[in-house]
Design a protein around this ligand. Structure first.
Ligand code: SF4
Length: 333
């Protein structure tokens, strides 16, 4: 590991100023991904600016019903928070499906959003990787890519985003609150992560030096039910081959509102807008659910070794929506 400066920030302003003073600096919170990448030589920051002592660890209910989750709130604390469990159960389930108990106890909300892909070539500095070193190529495209993207990938990168939490946030229409030298702004979580295009080195729309300060969850709709389902190679401590988060609200037996998002399939959580448009206002019959999910996954462009993900994701989504339909109608717990 290369030597680096260390700054323990006591305010957002101080953190941003330190970032500006140290080109190539990285913000540090739980460190569960960044420190691993430093050990691998993937990240070689000249300075670490520690945000962990900033007062950003609280989960707060705002007067308008928004739930504000501070950027340094630990994944385990968010998953166990009574308001999250009661009103955003898919978020609690997604957090508990991620990593291990030990990691969730130190990993933060902001860090979960900003974690990097686990593409093995990205983590191996001896191989070409456009995300790690732009212009060198993509070793995964003709290499081992069973775990890689089937939606929204490009000739430059076929990586997936590893977060479970971000997939659940996508169906709750969450926003990411950011602090930077031009003040505070919020970005819908569905627009926070990028598709790779020809700039796969940019995972998000963060501007230089900006700090994630909170995730904002709008008030949950009355009667809406939600869940998160994840398929993986092991029962725990594994990233998603495919996952799905869904929120459903029925009215008079028809879909008043549905939100559906896939994880493990793309460079960002994939909000299934085609399926949502087909289901909104419709009776959620088995045939309607199948048609909507199939229409969404018709966008898929599977690679040589990962076509199985399309069928896996379809089964997860149909089952999740059918389960929520029974729950919303009061026929299942
Ligand atoms: Fe790098 Fe993306 Fe290709 Fe993986 S898929 S080797 S992260 S460019």
């Amino acid at each position: 590991m290369k030597p680096f400066a260390y700054v323990r920030a006591t305010s957002l302003r101080e953190a941003a100023a330190a970032h500006a003073r140290h080109p190539g600096a990285r913000y540090l919170a739980g460190g569960t991904n960044l420190v691993d990448l430093m050990k691998l030589g993937v990240e070689e920051p000249r300075a670490l600016i520690d945000l962990s002592r900033l007062p950003l660890h609280e989960v707060r209910e705002l007067p308008d019903g928004t739930l504000s989750i501070g950027a340094t709130a630990r994944n385990s604390d968010v998953a166990a928070h009574p308001a999250v469990r009661a009103r955003y159960p898919a978020l609690a389930q997604a957090l508990l499906a991620g990593a291990s108990g030990q990691l969730r106890n130190i990993a933060t909300t902001g860090g979960n959003l900003l974690q990097r892909t686990r593409c093995p070539y990205f983590q191996d500095v001896s191989t070409p990787c456009n995300k790690r070193e732009p212009g060198t190529g993509c070793a995964a495209r003709d290499g081992i890519h069973r775990d890689h993207a089937v939606l929204g990938h490009s000739a430059h990168c076929i990586a997936t985003h590893p977060s479970d939490m971000a997939v659940a946030l996508a169906v709750f229409d969450a926003a990411v609150e950011l602090y930077g030298d031009q003040g505070t702004r919020t970005v819908p979580v569905t627009e926070f992560h990028r598709l790779p295009g020809d700039r796969p080195e940019q995972d998000t729309v963060l501007r230089g030096g900006e700090i994630v300060t909170a995730v904002l969850l709008p008030a949950a709709a009355p009667g809406a039910v939600s869940l998160y389902r994840k398929a993986r190679d092991r029962a725990s401590y594994a990233f998603a081959l495919a996952s799905v988060a869904a929120v459903l609200q029925l009215e008079d037996g028809r879909v008043r509102r549905v939100a559906l998002a896939f994880g493990g399939l793309a460079h960002r959580p994939w909000r299934a807008t085609t399926a949502e448009a087909l289901l909104t206002g419709a009776e959620p019959t088995e045939a309607a659910l199948r048609e909507a999910v199939d229409a969404e996954l018709a966008h898929a462009l599977p690679l040589r070794d990962n076509a199985f993900k399309v069928g896996l994701a379809a089964n997860l989504a149909r089952d999740a929506l059918a389960t929520l339909t029974r729950r919303a109608a009061g026929h299942a717990p």
